[in-house]
Design a protein around this ligand. Structure first.
Ligand SMILES: [Cu+2]
Length: 115
């Protein structure tokens, strides 16, 4: 009887510890790569909605050079060849419309939301 009780204590303590550990676990951080792919003369997604502080990376998947230029001049990439990348961190809320300066009919938009 006494020994049975002793044997139960460690498992009960372990269960309690496991419960505490699980309860304290932080939610997994978002690992979404914030990538806008340029393909077939199109930005994908054409409209990206992100929170303030997000870094977006454009990747040129076309066999043709492209650029990313904000209409309000807040960012401007160099010419990106195939697989070229350009990143920009959005520190202010707002709507940022952009286009490719080589092919101005290519347009996209980033909506940056305040926290
Ligand atoms: Cu282009």
């Amino acid at each position: 009887m006494f020994q049975t009780l002793i044997r139960r204590i460690p498992s009960a303590a372990a269960a309690a510890l496991a419960a505490v550990t699980l309860g304290a676990a932080a939610p997994a951080p978002s690992v979404t790569p914030n990538i806008i792919t340029i393909g077939n003369f199109t930005f994908g997604p054409e409209v990206a909605t992100v929170p303030v502080g997000t870094t977006l990376t454009w990747v040129n998947g076309d066999d043709i050079p492209h650029t990313v230029v904000a209409i309000d001049k807040s960012f401007r990439s160099p010419v990106m060849d195939t697989d070229g990348r350009f990143s920009f961190t959005f520190t202010k809320a707002g709507t940022y419309e952009y286009f490719c300066s080589i092919h101005p009919h290519m347009t996209g938009k980033v909506v940056v939301q305040a926290p």
